[in-house]
Design a protein around this ligand. Sequence first.
Ligand code: CAA
Length: 390
Amino acid sequence: QDAAIGIHDLSFATTEFVLTHKALAAHDGTDIGKYHVGIGQQSMSVPAADEDIVTMGAAAAAPITARHGTDQIRTVVFATETSIDQSKAAGVYVHSLLGLPSSARVVEIKQACYAGTAALQFALGLVRRDPSQRVLVIASDVSKYDLGSPGEPTQGAAAVAMLIAADPALVRIEDPSGLYTADVMDFWRPNYRDTALVDGHESINAYLQALEGSWKDYIEQGGRALGEFSAFCYHQPFTKMAYKAHRHLLHVCGHDTDAAEITRAIGHTTAYNTVVGNSYTASMYLALASLLDHGEDLTDKAIGFVSYGSGSVAEFFAGTVVPGYREHLRTAGHQEAVARRKPVDYARYGELHERSFPADGGDHPVPRETSGPYRLGARARPWGTARAVL
Ligand code: CAA
């Protein structure tokens, strides 16, 4: 039997600013019920001009390296679908900001919102090969759609950092995984755009198809029965999607699609996503943070994870919560990350949204706005950033 491997620490960070859905609804004349109830969102994180995936990723990871040191980290895997460079991994900037050892590999990986899970699986394999090393996984994204488009109310931004290690303090990740890939055009962001293109209703169907496919494969691979799970962490492009997805899974398994049962299984997973919005690669791990921070005692309980990335790839896998996990949580820090955001009105949000990246190759100093620990000092080159600086 291999040593248990999994999530040893988990920390998230989000942005300086927040736009409430009340402000958005007042601007676009939408009944607030559509946002609060229909999609299940209260507010969205909005990055300051000097914040990006690097500053959020470093802010998420800094408390982890402060607690555990950096000596055992030989790999950093940075997952994102809002990459700032076509060549250099965003994680190399984080590696420098956190003072990680030069004897490390750093890589960036992509497959829409699924990439955070690809990073986790990559990390599990590395630690299985050498249980003395630890892998820092960072999932960081800014979700951005065109102003006035149906996707706009589902925007958000956050980064999750996880330390993957043997004998983990939080969650042991199990084999097998259920896998599913299908070539669909439900959501994509070609190189010439910085907002995503999406066929919203098709994307919901594609998500449900992928969930079903990954679950069926999970069962064929010898996974747990549905009834063994105490809770389910879904990818949450908007929190209502988790409810739709769990109802679908219960239906596929021939269980009652009872609303109280659905709320019991996923209700504690939505507390952060409903106020942060879609954080793409980080979203399912924000759901895990929410569950651990707000749920009843989950010691030795099995959690089901449903990771979906448009395009599309999905993975269903399980984890077991480790005894004593509550001593290692960062609940106060997570609540502070959400509470410290400053509200902006629609006009200010609109300005931040419409900033364009200079394409002349020069350095463009960015105004100091963030009160977070890291900031972007200058924007340069078409994909945005050169460096995040202290
Ligand atoms: N009170 C209460 N509920 C209301 C309401 C009101 N006044 N008005 C509308 N609603 C409900 C609707 O009935 C609907 O609920 P159901 O889905 O349960 O029927 C819900 O609010 C949304 O209404 P619409 O479907 O009319 O909304 P829309 O057409 O404007 O678009 C959306 C919704 C497709 C999710 C859109 O926001 C979108 O395109 N989002 C981006 C894409 C996305 O998030 N897709 C999710 C799957 S893909 C994925 O997961 C990857 C990823 O991260 C992007």
